[in-house]
Design a protein around this ligand. Sequence first.
Ligand SMILES: NC(=O)c1ccc[n+]([C@@H]2O[C@H](COP(=O)([O-])OP(=O)(O)OC[C@H]3O[C@@H](n4cnc5c(N)ncnc54)[C@H](O)[C@@H]3O)[C@@H](O)[C@H]2O)c1
Length: 322
Amino acid sequence: MKILVTGGAGFIASHVADAYIAAGHDVAILDDLSRGSMKNVNPKARFYRGDVRDHDFVEHVFATEKPEALNHHAAQMDVRRAVEEPVFDASVNIIGSIQLLEASVRHKVRRFVYISTGGAVYGEPKEFPVPEDYPLNPITPYGISKHTVEHYLFLYNVLYGLPYVVLRYGNVYGPRQSSKGEAGVFAIFCEQMLVGIQPVIYGDGSKVRDYVYVEDVARANVLALEKGEGEIFNIGNGVPTRDDEVFRVVRDNLGLTELQPKHVDKRPGEIDRIWLDTAKARRVLGWEPCVSLQEGARETVRYFRGVAGKQKTGTAPTGAKG
Ligand SMILES: NC(=O)c1ccc[n+]([C@@H]2O[C@H](COP(=O)([O-])OP(=O)(O)OC[C@H]3O[C@@H](n4cnc5c(N)ncnc54)[C@H](O)[C@@H]3O)[C@@H](O)[C@H]2O)c1
């Protein structure tokens, strides 16, 4: 299948592009490199540098590539930036997505795989694990902008018959993750511990998230090309993991067993607890997470060790295959 992957120079979508190519698909990548890097771009993919909000650029890419499927990961995904610059957040995440929806209709795309967030659309839930039909009360502009596009997808399906699937991720972690953004705690701890900066935990360490390894997430994107049309799926490990557990697993993998975190006040707007009910993805997509937190942490630490080693010797780090 010919697939256009937006955000494919970034963390998650670069793994998705790799998984599509490994499955025999023909991949093109669109990314403005505002956060992504050419080091992450699979050499077998064609690359287009530009902004999803730019109508003429998007039209040029669709007209050139004629994709059968669109996988849309490009986004403003920094939760704090979304609070500080809600107009910018909405322009990339909502207007940019509408540009892609319009182009997908014009060019008769047969599958629109949209990436939403299970960590930010439900707000502060009261029941666990959280299923897809749980009430949506996002408490960040980012959660609102990501969710808004789910409405547009439903509408474009009604108006134009555009087939779509929505994947709502938990906190994705793994090689190539940036330490800035929605869910960068693995990357942040790895980077800080490797250079000897005191790692900080916001709150007492009891905040809980649903961590899912990036290769498991990439596999869900492969399955979503064929299954689950018109549906929304949570993609997570389905288990709660505390901040202090993430700290410990990274620390122990780095052999820094004496290191203790510094605790500072919880940041406003951060939710206390979330983990996702993934029964629907298991049932309909036939997907399940395969990588344990221990295994995923080992691979992530190995990657960041490699990056730090190359920086020390002055060699440019290469994007490790996760
Ligand atoms: N990281 C997580 O745990 C997580 C959780 C839930 C959902 N998501 C979603 O997954 C997607 C990918 O997140 P990620 O963690 O890989 O982030 P990332 O920042 O590594 O990747 C996003 C990519 O989009 C590109 N981009 C940003 N604005 C653009 C624009 N206007 N035009 C073109 N390209 C643009 C960036 O350069 C980057 O390469 C996002 O949609 C995010 O909302 C991520």
